[in-house]
Design a protein around this ligand. Structure first.
Ligand code: NAD
Ligand code: ZN
Ligand code: ZN
Length: 397
């Protein structure tokens, strides 16, 4: 089959690789019909290169049609339309029973990070080949895959249940915005777009989205989000205080994640790359001298005293310097982590299946391209070119 493989820093290719087959009784094989690129893939594309081996198959946001199931998989049949969560979780261990599927004790054993295995996230998370491919072996398929209606709606109605929507939902849950309260969403990539919409849907009165890419600001604005262009303000915390009664918001959601200072990516930046995920645009880096915690430091500065910071953006440093005095003194609550995908699916499935599309899932994907065009699509998504927000690969084209 054809699959997207990692070859080196900012080097991915579509190769022929062996077809996956059932290895465990709880496996399923899914024929992929849509498979998205995520900001988390961009970390692998760059800053996390040390954890990859050339040939690793990436991708953790797939959906498709069940081809085959092992004898331990009883809730699925060949022909079922399914979305596959990015966490590989068993559904019955101590952690899964408590809704912490990202900490599944059964699948964490092969992860260098000790978190639950993730699709397409290399040796860091269990070395499970990913779903940017024609076919995917789904481990723990007795629990993971979510059956969705075969109702003629495009895949994009359901696809984001694999990651973006549960991530956004958990970000808002962890942000703990009081009724009628305020929340700032840093970063308006796919995760930030959806976090802002979920916050509005769940009753936040003020939702301010911050980014520096015009098309992303425009998309958020058309879904009712107040937007602020990072490139157009000198003092972001002051600009936010002006819009939040002088105190700052009740919560900040960081949907940006790690910056790449001191990493292979920052070397690329020094060599002139125009844009790196999680990093403000190059002129701003030079102006502000930001480090890899740029967005998190903004969140700490912005949040009101006694407020909450919810991190869905990924941070990967082993020992980062944080302004502990400010965090302590402001009495900040900080919550974070990989989304526990299956925990939130029951909340989300009725919303995405609702014809009126209350979260606007049909307005997120900007590009749908053949799997064969994935290398160019990665580059476009990384550089935020051509107005891209969500990019979906289609192995059937
Ligand atoms: P993305 O790269 O498309 O979006 C990031 C956005 O942040 C971009 O639009 C960029 O312009 C903006 N940005 C960069 N620096 C900024 C700054 N300092 N302030 C404000 N905005 C800034 O990625 P995405 O797909 O939306 O993912 C966002 C983050 O969420 C990534 O770190 C990704 O790894 C993470 N993620 C986490 C989970 C989870 O389970 N916790 C799941 C999915 C994605
Ligand atoms: Zn993802
Ligand atoms: Zn488990």
């Amino acid at each position: 089959m054809r699959a997207l493989t990692w070859q080196g820093v900012q080097d991915v290719r579509v190769d022929s690789v062996p077809d996956p087959r059932i290895l465990e009784p709880t496996d399923a094989i899914v024929r992929i019909t849509s498979t998205a690129i995520c900001g988390s893939d961009l970390h692998l594309y760059g800053v996390l290169a040390a954890y990859l081996t050339p040939g690793d198959v990436l991708g953790h946001e797939p959906m498709g049609v069940v081809e085959e199931v092992g004898p331990g998989v009883t809730h699925l049949r060949p022909g079922d339309r399914v979305v596959v969560p990015f966490n590989v979780s068993c559904g019955s261990c101590w952690m899964c029973a408590r809704g912490l599927q990202s900490q599944c004790e059964v699948t964490q054993v092969r992860s260098r990070s000790k978190g639950a295995a993730l699709l397409g996230y290399t040796s860091l998370y269990g070395q499970v080949p990913g779903g940017q491919a024609e076919y995917l072996r789904v481990p723990q398929a007795q629990y993971g895959p979510v059956r969705v209606p075969d109702d003629g709606w495009p895949d994009e109605r359901y696809l984001y249940l694999s990651d973006v929507l549960p991530t956004a939902w958990q970000a808002v849950e962890y942000a703990d915005v009081p009724p009628g309260g305020s929340v700032v969403v840093l970063g308006l990539g796919p995760v930030g777009q959806m976090a802002a919409r979920v916050a509005l849907y769940r009753g936040a009165a003020t939702v301010i989205g911050v980014d520096l890419v015009a098309e992303r600001l425009a998309m958020a604005a058309r879904h009712g989000v107040d937007v602020l262009d990072l490139g157009a303000v000198d003092d972001l915390p002051a600009a936010i205080r002006d819009r939040t009664s002088g105190r700052g918001p009740d919560a900040v959601i960081d949907a940006v994640g790690m910056e790449a200072h001191g990493s292979p990516v920052s070397e690329l930046l020094q060599r002139g790359a125009a844009y790196v995920p999680g990093v403000v645009a190059r002129p701003l880096i030079e102006k502000a001298g930001v480090d890899r915690l740029a967005a998190l430091l903004s969140a700490i500065a912005i949040v009101r005293r006694g407020g909450t910071i919810s991190l869905s953006g990924v941070y990967g440093g082993a020992r980062d310097a944080l302004p502990m005095m400010e965090l302590f003194d402001k009495q900040v609550t900080l919550r974070m982590g990989q989304a526990n995908v299956r925990r939130w699916v029951d909340d989300l499935l009725p919303l995405v299946a609702d014809e009126s599309d209350p979260l606007g899932v049909l307005d997120l994907r900007t590009h749908r391209v053949a799997l064969e065009d994935a290398p160019a699509a990665y580059e476009m998504f990384q550089k935020k070119q051509d107005g891209c927000v969500k990019v979906v690969l289609d192995p059937t084209l």
